[in-house]
Design a protein around this ligand. Structure first.
Ligand SMILES: [Zn+2]
Length: 207
């Protein structure tokens, strides 16, 4: 009985192939991130301890456009604050997974959750487009399953950007942004996504 249980506990989701394509994230950008975390979360640190995964789509049609936007470190148009937006991963339409930022570093991708969330971008312009792209969806689920196991993240804390306000981890000290979210990955589409993720995690546990 015990060896079987142990085997089940150790059968984690395998690490998918990941292409390391870092954006510039040196000491200056880290200091900007720590200052942002202080203003918005009351935490003076750029160090990420992941508890949440937020799924996004880029609202653009190419990996390079998204990578360039994140690398540029451009201030936001409202507060003119740095660092610029970024995400830890971008998944291209052919299923290639690119990693841009180390997983112990905060990225600015979801108002209210950057202090605790890994961000995964998908090249595309709608949830449906990604849900119907077999290669992209398979890579997305494999990457997310591996992260869930690696960081002991609960499946209910794998959320879409549009679900950000209902996360128990949501926190925003800048009041005008306390109810700000985006339209990408809404609740009905994330219900489908989480269903597929649970099925994959069950299959990995049975290996
Ligand atoms: Zn988003």
């Amino acid at each position: 009985m015990l060896p079987l249980l142990l085997a089940a506990a150790l059968a984690l989701a395998p690490k998918p192939h990941i292409v390391w394509k870092p954006i510039p994230y040196g000491p200056t950008r880290k200091a900007e991130m720590a200052a942002y975390a202080e203003r918005h979360y009351g935490i003076h640190s750029w160090v990420l301890h992941p508890k949440v995964i937020v799924e996004h789509y880029t609202a653009s049609n190419s990996f390079s456009a998204a990578w360039n936007a994140f690398a540029a470190n451009t201030p936001d148009p409202e507060l003119h604050e740095l660092p610029g937006d970024c995400a830890h991963f971008i998944i291209d339409r052919d299923g290639t997974i690119y990693q841009l930022v180390h997983l112990n570093v905060m990225c600015r991708h979801t108002v209210g959750l950057n202090y605790v969330a890994i961000g995964i971008e998908h090249v595309g312009t709608s949830d449906a487009e990604i849900l119907h792209d077999r290669a992209q969806l398979r890579s997305s689920l494999e990457l997310t399953a591996w992260l869930v196991d690696r960081y002991h993240i609960l499946v209910r804390n794998v959320i879409g950007h549009n679900e950000s306000l209902s996360s128990p981890y949501h926190r925003e000290l800048y009041k005008p942004w306390a109810h700000q979210t985006h339209a990408d990955w809404n609740h009905p589409d994330m219900t489908v996504y989480r269903g597929k993720l649970k099925a994959l995690l069950r299959a990995d546990a049975r290996r």
